[in-house]
Each structure stands twice: as C-alpha cells, then as structure tokens.
Design a binder for this molecule. Structure first.
Ligand code: AMP
Length: 474
C-alpha cells in the first residue's frame, strides 16, 4: 500500500466518506491505508500502532462499512443487537473512541454507546437495553452489565481490543478472558497495541485467528515527529524549572508524574505560580476528570498534570508539548507518554526532567527506543515561583515528593550532592534558541530542532506523516 492511497480508493460508502471529509481528513494515515482493506476482507489483525497514528478510524471506518447492511431505524431492541464490541483500558479512551464512532458514523443510522465504571450503572442501562450496534466499553463495567443481564454479546461479529498492551499492564487479562468466552467463536478480532511484548504475542495467539500483522512503527519506536530532549535537573529544582518552562512556552502542555500525590501537589504549586493548571488521576471522580480534560482541550487551562494511568489514550488534538516531570519506571510508558504529542502529522516536543537518581531509568528508555535522547541546558528560572522562599524547592514547609527537603525546608545532603553533579540551573545561562524564541501560534511547521509549539487546533489537519508516511501541507 503506498502513501498515495485515497479514502475514495478504499471503497468506503459515500455516507462514511462524507463524515471523513467533514472531519477534515484528506488522506488516510499509513495505518488506515493498510488496515482498512484487510478489515473489509474479514481478516483478523494484529496491528502495531501508537495512539496518534489514526488507529481509531483504521478500525471504525471499515467496521461501519461492514455493519451498514444492519443499519435500521426500528424501535425494537431486537433489531439492534451488539454487533461490534470495542474494549479499551481506560474510561477516557472509551469516551474518545465512542466520540469518533459517532463522528465517523454521523450519516449512518447505527447506534453506539460507551459504558465505563466510576459512574452509576443505572444511567447506562436504559440506552443499553434499547439496543446498540456498536458498544465501546472498559472490561470491568462491561462484565457488570453482563452480570445484570443488561447486555448480550452473542451476536458480536467484530471485536476490537484497543491499546491491548495497556489492558495487560492494568491487569485486565482475567476480565478479557471472561469476555472473550461470551463472544461467538465465529467473529473478526482486531488487536491494536503500541508495544509488542511477549505477553501481547501470547494474547494474539490465543484470541486471533491467523492474524495479519500490520505495523506502521517499529516495535517500541517513538514518533519521528516528536523532538525529544532531556534536562538534567536535581529533583528539588524540578518545580521552578518546570514553572519557568511553562511560562516561557505558554502552550498546552501535558505534564507526567509517577504518583497521584505528586500530580495533585504539582498542579497546586503551579496554580500558585499563576499557571492555569489542573491534575487528572485515578483518585479524581469521573466528573472531575472529564471536566479537567474538557477545560484543557478548550484551552481554559494550559497545563494538565497527569499520571500514566489517567493519561492513557488521551487524544488531544495537536498537543504541542509533553513534559516528563518524573521518569517512568516502566520504559514503555515513556513511549506512551510522548505519543500524546506529535500526532497525526503534527510536530511536538517531549522534554524529560531527569534527576541523578533517574539516570538508570533514562538509560533503560534509551535502550528501548534504540537512541540517545539529546541533553540540553534547562531554562533559568527568572523569578522564584510564588510561595517559595528561595529557588530550588517546593512549597514552603512542604516536603518535596522525594524527600530532598526536610521539614524545615532545608536541603538534604543527597540533594546537595545532586546539584553538584548536575549544576543548578540558576548558575547557568540558557542558550537554547528554541526557548528564546517568542511564542508564534501561527508559525508554519517548524524544523525538528527549533520547533515552535503550536496551540491545540481544530482546523483542517495535515495529512499524517506518521511513522513512514509523508507530510503534505494543505
Ligand atoms: P488516533 O490514533 O485514532 O487516536 O487518532 C489521532 C488523531 O488523528 C485524532 O485526532 C484523529 O482525529 C486524527 N486523524 C485520524 N485520521 C486522520 C487522517 N486521515 N487525517 C488527519 N487526521 C487524522
């Protein structure tokens, strides 16, 4: 399949093509060009594609096409059995996928619904019982519905396991096995995963029949569209460096922390610095998470601090920047994190703040992605973050997450040692031209090393250049 494939050449129905056109897509992404014909041929698929490659449309468009003969406007639930089941690891991804199903299926009278945990099950039951052809679900809540007999899965023709690697990471294997046992043996199964671990291969062997392997990225590769860099910063200096970076960039930024506690604290500290920030993590209610995400998407807040679990699968259009405030313990998480930027042909920046204690984790990431991430000088904080007595720490009297300060706010020996090794940003002049550049929202696509981040945009999208594709400007 060449990159010249057009949507029209994929033999999709006019009502589906119309919706694609309304989305502003001019050309299929590489994963779409490869996967759509195979799905239409009823093949099982094992697809290696990161979030951001256009994988949702890669399975949704042919799914809609295949279900088109079943589209009807009858009021009878019996005429609307679940025919396609899409399983996702997180609520946020489930919501996004179902939004895409609705958008791509706008002109097709097929019903879709999303069900996920954390909200009252009763709110989902009436719609489910009226009948839906396409059901997007997280595994646990789907099983709740199965137990309550509010859903039947014996007419599922197409199963999609989205972000299968995530589902395994999150311990969903037993739930998946239970669900798969409820489905007809005769069905089409499509599995999407950003990484190919042995466990994923085993899952594919168990649940797919003679699958075709489709890969648009090298296993564990990171998008070429993302400029990656690291700043070596002592843990205790990370907050002021981050605050400065956010002030300089003033662009939509997703910041990753390892723990829920750090995410909350950091968001609060940034708010005190005058930065419009919020946190999204597992301890927040579903409502709070949706609100924070919406505020971020609409630009009401510029900085979203997230844990890995909460951020999984988030599709935020053309997010310009991702910052790793802390380096993940699992190297694959790095790939997922930075996959939030540089999506669908846009360029992005991924900056990791690496403390001396995290050097080993960084090495593991570099081994996984098979490249060394360039190191640059961190920006120099111009003024102390509000609420700080002096440069280099968290809130007054609050212990930093890793204990670099004692109760009186004094630096620990470990922190002092770190600073000697990775000299403090206060002692250096920034010389990174990228950071000296003023923010230019309307700048044309920048070069990789001196990229100007763009704000989130809903305008017509560039044809994706992801992972083997070509960039074509409009
Ligand atoms: P996904 O990998 O499915 O999460 O998609 C990532 C982003 O790419 C979403 O914002 C989609 O709207 C967008 N997208 C999907 N297909 C295309 C396409 N053919 N052209 C441009 N953008 C696309």
């Amino acid at each position: 399949m060449t990159t010249e494939t057009t949507f029209a050449s994929l033999a999709l129905a006019p009502e589906i093509l119309r919706a694609v056109d309304e989305q502003g897509y001019t050309q299929p992404t590489p994963i779409q060009a490869q996967a759509i014909p195979l799905v239409l041929e009823n093949r099982d698929l094992m697809a290696g594609a990161q979030t951001g490659t256009g994988k949702t449309a890669a399975f949704t468009l042919p799914m809609l096409q295949k279900l088109l003969p079943h589209a009807n406007t009858s009021a009878s639930p019996a005429r609307h059995p679940v025919r396609a089941l899409i399983l996702t690891p997180t609520r946020e991804l489930a919501i996004q996928v179902e939004e895409s199903v609705k958008a791509y299926g706008k002109h097709v009278p097929l019903r879709s619904l999303v069900v996920f945990g954390g909200v009252d099950i009763k709110t989902q039951t009436p719609t489910l019982m009226r009948g839906v052809e396409i059901l997007v679900a997280t595994p646990g809540r789907l099983l709740d519905h199965v137990e309550q007999r509010t859903v039947q899965l014996n007419q599922v023709q197409i199963l999609v396991l989205d972000e299968a690697d995530r589902m395994l990471d999150m311990g969903f294997l037993p739930d998946l096995k239970r669900i798969l046992n409820l489905l007809p043996k005769q069905r089409q199964s499509l599995m999407f995963s950003a990484t190919f671990s042995n466990d994923i291969k085993k899952l594919a062997e168990d649940f797919l029949t003679n699958p075709t392997l489709v890969e648009v990225a090298r296993s564990n590769a990171t998008s070429e569209n993302v400029t990656q860099k690291i700043y070596k910063v002592a843990q205790a200096d990370k907050h002021p460096v981050l605050a400065e970076l956010l002030r300089q960039e003033n662009a939509q930024t997703l910041v990753f922390t390892k723990t829920k506690l750090t995410a909350s604290r950091l968001a609060r500290m940034l708010q005190r610095d005058g930065i419009a920030a919020d946190a999204i993590h597992g301890d927040k209610t579903q409502q709070e998470r949706i609100q924070a995400l919406e505020a971020f998407k609409q630009g009401k807040i510029t900085t979203l601090v997230a844990t890995d679990v909460a951020a999984r699968g988030l599709d935020i259009d053309q997010l310009p920047m991702v910052i790793n405030y802390e380096i993940p313990h699992v190297p694959e998480d790095y790939v997922h994190r930075i996959g939030r930027t540089g999506r669908a042909g846009a360029t992005g920046i991924a900056i990791s703040l690496v403390s001396p204690e995290e050097t080993k984790l960084l090495k593991e990431i570099e081994k996984l992605i098979k490249r060394e991430i360039p190191q640059e000088e961190p920006p120099q904080p111009q003024r102390p973050a509000r609420g700080e007595r002096r440069f280099g720490g968290g809130e007054r009297g609050e212990r930093s997450e890793r204990g670099e300060r004692n109760e009186r706010g004094e630096r620990s020996e470990r922190s002092e040692r770190s600073e000697r090794k990775f000299s403090s940003p206060t002692t250096r002049k920034p010389h990174d031209p990228w950071f000296d550049k003023p923010y230019e929202p309307d700048a044309t696509t920048p070069t990789a090393t001196h990229a100007t981040p763009r704000p989130i945009s809903k305008s017509k999208r560039e044809v994706p250049a992801l992972l083997g594709g070509v960039v074509r400007k409009e």
